[in-house]
Design a protein around this ligand. Structure first.
Ligand code: OAD
Length: 248
C-alpha cells in the first residue's frame, strides 16, 4: 500500500471511529503476533506442523489426552514469556473513550487482552489459562502455572481439560450470544489480525455488515474479511492501532 493511501485510509477510519457510539472488535491470532506468539495458518503457524485432528478435537482428547495436554502445556508455557503489545494497549484506550459502548470479541485464548487491561472481553474460543473438569465441570483459572502432563480435578479426581473450544464443539452459549448482540448493534466493527475463515466467529463480520456497521479491517495482508470491509488498513496492528489512537 502506498504511504499516501494508508494516510487517507487512516483518516477515514479515524472519522468512522470518532462518530461511532458503539464499537465492537473481533481479534485473531495476528494481534498477538508482535508479542511473539505464533498464528495458526501460514508458514510457521501452529497448524502447520500439527494436525488439528490430533490435538484440538474431543476425539483426540479421548484417544490420547497426554498428547493433547503436551500441545496445550507448551502453549501455556509460552504465555509465561510474552506480554501484551501496543496493539492490545491501543484497544484499551478505545474502550476508555467509549465505556459501555465497547465490546472486544476475541478468538484468542492467550488472555493478552485482559492482561493489557481490556475489561469487556468476550473470549469466544475460551482461555488457555483456565482448565475445566470433564467430570464435575468445575472451571478454574490456573494462570500460566505449569501443569502436569495429565492434570486431575482436586474435587472429583476426574481428568481436567483446557477450557478452550475445540473443533466440532459449540461455542459457549452466553458468550456467543453476547458477541452476536455486540456485532449486531455496533456502528463500527473492527476486524484485527484474523484470516476470517473460521466459523462461526467469521460470521460476526457478516452480521455487523448486514446491520450496516462500517467494517474496518487491520491486517498485514488481505484476508477473507477484506471484501466485506469499508476500509482495510494494511500493516501490523501494533503500529496501525496506535496510529489510529493518535488521531482520535
Ligand atoms: P490465523 O492464523 O488464521 O490468521 C492470522 C491472521 O493474522 C492472518 O490473516 C495474518 O495475515 C494476520 N497477521 C499476522 N501478523 C499480524 C500483525 N502483526 N498485525 C495484523 N495482522 C497480522 O488466526 P485466526 O484468524 O485467529 O480456533 O484463526 C481463527 C481460529 O482458527 C483460531 O481461534 C483457532 C484456529 O483454528 C480454534 O482453535 C478453535
Amino acid at each position: 500500500m502506498n504511504p499516501d493511501s494508508l494516510q487517507r485510509d487512516l483518516d477515514l477510519a479515524t472519522q468512522l471511529l470518532r462518530t461511532a457510539r458503539k464499537v465492537a472488535v473481533l481479534t485473531g491470532a495476528g494481534i498477538s503476533a508482535e508479542s511473539g506468539l505464533a498464528t495458526f495458518r501460514g508458514a510457521g503457524g501452529l497448524w502447520e506442523g500439527q494436525r488439528v485432528e490430533d490435538v484440538a478435537t474431543p476425539r483426540a482428547f479421548a484417544r490420547d489426552p497426554s498428547l493433547v495436554w503436551r500441545f496445550y502445556n507448551l502453549r501455556r508455557a509460552n504465555l509465561a514469556t510474552v506480554k501484551p503489545n501496543p496493539g492490545h494497549y491501543a484497544l484499551v484506550q478505545i474502550e476508555d473513550r467509549l465505556g459501555d459502548g465497547f465490546t472486544l470479541i476475541t478468538q484468542n485464548v492467550d488472555g493478552l487482552h485482559r492482561s493489557a487491561g481490556s475489561r469487556n472481553v468476550l473470549e469466544i474460543h475460551g482461555s488457555l489459562r483456565r482448565v475445566r473438569c470433564v467430570g464435575c465441570g468445575v472451571v478454574s483459572d490456573r494462570g500460566v502455572e505449569s501443569l502436569p502432563d495429565l492434570p486431575h480435578c482436586v474435587a472429583c479426581g476426574k481428568m481436567l481439560r483446557p477450557d478452550v473450544v475445540w473443533f466440532e464443539e459449540d461455542l459457549p452459549d452466553l458468550v456467543w450470544h453476547r458477541a452476536c448482540k455486540a456485532a449486531g448493534e455496533c456502528d463500527c466493527f473492527l476486524v484485527i489480525g484474523t484470516s476470517a475463515v473460521d466459523y462461526p466467529a467469521a460470521g460476526l463480520i457478516d452480521l455487523a455488515r448486514m446491520q450496516t456497521a462500517d467494517v474496518i479491517e487491520i491486517n498485514i495482508q488481505p484476508s477473507a474479511a477484506s471484501s466485506h470491509a469499508t476500509i482495510t488498513l494494511l500493516g501490523p496492528s501494533g503500529t496501525i492501532l496506535p496510529e489510529l489512537i493518535k488521531r482520535l
